[in-house]
Design a protein around this ligand. Structure first.
Ligand code: 6PG
Length: 476
């Protein structure tokens, strides 16, 4: 009998997701253009699934396509840069009604372009973000599909059993909306991932480099956060990382890793989208910049000998504050990402439900965390608020945490430890609670030098002033 789904690309993510699908009763055909990978996949499928599943690899494209039922469902698990080429290659074999899913980290404008191209050929295109890394792909990822909604009823029975399961037993996969919604939501997931990783790195820096605490001490701190309000995957893996010994026997592996962060672009795309849509996401922006700055490795070695300043913090007074500061930072990072999704909805008409996004991020993905439950509940309670910090329950929680955030940022500033994500997050919080911001002065300056006009608080309309040019620069 025909296969239910064809997975194109049997690299790490492709092979694992294919085996995951097959282990839940889906009949999976895998395709890879190199026969070694296809054969290795078939062998691994036999080993891991035995008689309980059907998954076969092939490097014969026409035969692979012929083996699929109709409509054909193809899941592309290829690098984002290869998607167009693979779509071209597949094009000749597909027929109207077939469903093509891009399961990679594609940029959402590419997904929207491809959706239109394929729709013109009668094909249903789905952009689906998949999070959870290698082990998530095999044992239960969080999946964010969006695009041609007519295809969802075909995909749902295949994807739901393979997804991670949240605490309430619900699968961590749901329809994200039209157009590029699936890849947009996954991009924002990664932006939040960048922000939380940076916040955690700042906690480490403040206590380790600033406060002189060793890795074992930090391990205990992070391990103590595994339960409670900070419960999250990224906190958990940090606790593990802190006590990982070096294979080469030089002590803690972490101390030997070069402090230069890589990035494949999804964090930057999130900030770019936020700028395009006019949504403030300063914690994410700060995390992207921090990775960028870390890349100037040689320059930092040089500058560190010339730029003076303090370097020490007091770990004792800080530790009690850090849990609260990190919780506030994480909550506000999620808030920024969800706000961005709501703006994308308004502009692109995706129809994404923020509550659903928070729900499917509760399990399987890299940013899974207990507090997503709280955020999801806040949306359910509060209807369609753009930003969850406007919801009274979340606002109240932030009110109890803000002094910790403030104390941590102050310590970093006084002690000379850079806290770009914490600082940006605190400023974000303080800006929202400011009924009056200094944008009145910005408007006055714009009107002064460019006649850009301003609005008044006490009268309707737009105004322009002939500013008195009385001031003279000193020495002019
Ligand atoms: C996930 C991850 C995954 C990948 C990131 C890494 O959700 O499983 O986010 O998609 O690990 O793309 O991104 P950088 O290489 O940019 O850090």
């Amino acid at each position: 009998s025909p296969f239910d789904i064809g997975v194109v690309g049997l690299g790490v993510m492709g092979a694992n997701i294919a085996l995951n699908l097959a282990s839940h009763g889906t009949r999976v055909a895998g395709y890879n253009h190199t026969s070694e990978k296809a054969e290795a996949f078939s062998r691994r499928a036999t080993n891991e699934l035995g008689s309980s599943g059907v998954a076969i690899g092939s490097s014969d494209l026409p035969a692979f396509i012929r083996s699929l039922g109709t409509p054909r469902i193809l899941l592309l698990m290829v690098p984002a840069a290869a998607v167009d080429e693979v779509l071209d290659e597949l094009g000749a074999y597909l027929q109207p009604g077939d469903i093509v899913i891009d399961g990679g980290n594609s940029h959402y404008p590419d997904t929207e372009r491809r959706l239109k191209q394929l729709a013109a050929q009668g094909l249903h295109f789905i952009g689906m973000g998949i999070s959870g890394g290698e082990s998530g792909a095999r044992h239960g990822p969080s999946m964010m599909p969006g695009g041609e909604e007519a295809a969802w009823r075909h995909l749902r029975p295949l994807l739901e059993p393979a997804a991670a399961i949240a605490t309430d037993g619900k699968p961590c996969v749901a329809w994200m909306g039209s157009g590029g919604a699936g890849h947009f939501v996954k991009m924002v997931h990664n932006g939040i991932e960048y922000a939380i990783m940076q916040l955690i790195a700042e906690v480490y820096d403040l206590l380790h480099r600033g406060g002189g605490l060793d890795n074992a001490h930090l391990h205990h701190l992070f391990a103590s956060w595994r339960e409670g309000p900070l419960a999250s995957y990224l906190v958990e893996i940090t606790a593990d990382i802190l006590i990982q010994p070096d294979d080469l026997g030089t002590g803690a592996l972490l101390d030997r890793i070069r402090d230069q962060a890589g990035q494949k672009g999804t964090g930057r795309w999130t900030s770019e989208a936020a700028f395009d849509l006019g949504v403030p996401t300063p914690s994410i922006d700060a995390a992207v910049s921090a990775r960028g700055l870390s890349g100037y490795y040689a320059e930092r070695q040089h500058a560190s000998r010339h730029l003076s300043g303090p370097l020490s913090t007091s770990p004792d007074s800080l530790q009690a504050r850090l849990a609260g500061a990190l919780e506030a930072g994480m909550l506000l990072a999620y808030a920024q990402g969800l706000h961005l999704i709501s703006a994308a909805n308004a502009t692109y008409g995706y129809g994404t439900s923020q509550a659903t996004v928070a729900h499917i991020w509760r399990g399987g993905c890299i940013i899974r965390a207990g507090m997503l439950e709280t955020l999801a509940e806040a949306y359910v309670r509060n209807g369609h608020s753009a930003n969850p910090i406007f919801e009274p329950g979340i606002a109240q929680r932030l009110g109890t945490l803000e002094s910790d955030l403030r104390a941590v940022v102050a310590q970093g500033a006084l002690g000379g430890i850079p806290l770009p994500a914490f600082s940006a997050t605190l400023a974000y919080y303080d800006a929202w609670r400011s009924a009056r911001l200094p944008a009145n002065l910005t408007q006055a300056q714009r009107d002064y030098f460019g006649s850009h006009t301003y609005e008044r608080l006490d009268r309707d309309g737009r105004f322009h002033t002939h500013w008195t040019q009385g001031g003279q620069a000193p020495g002019a």
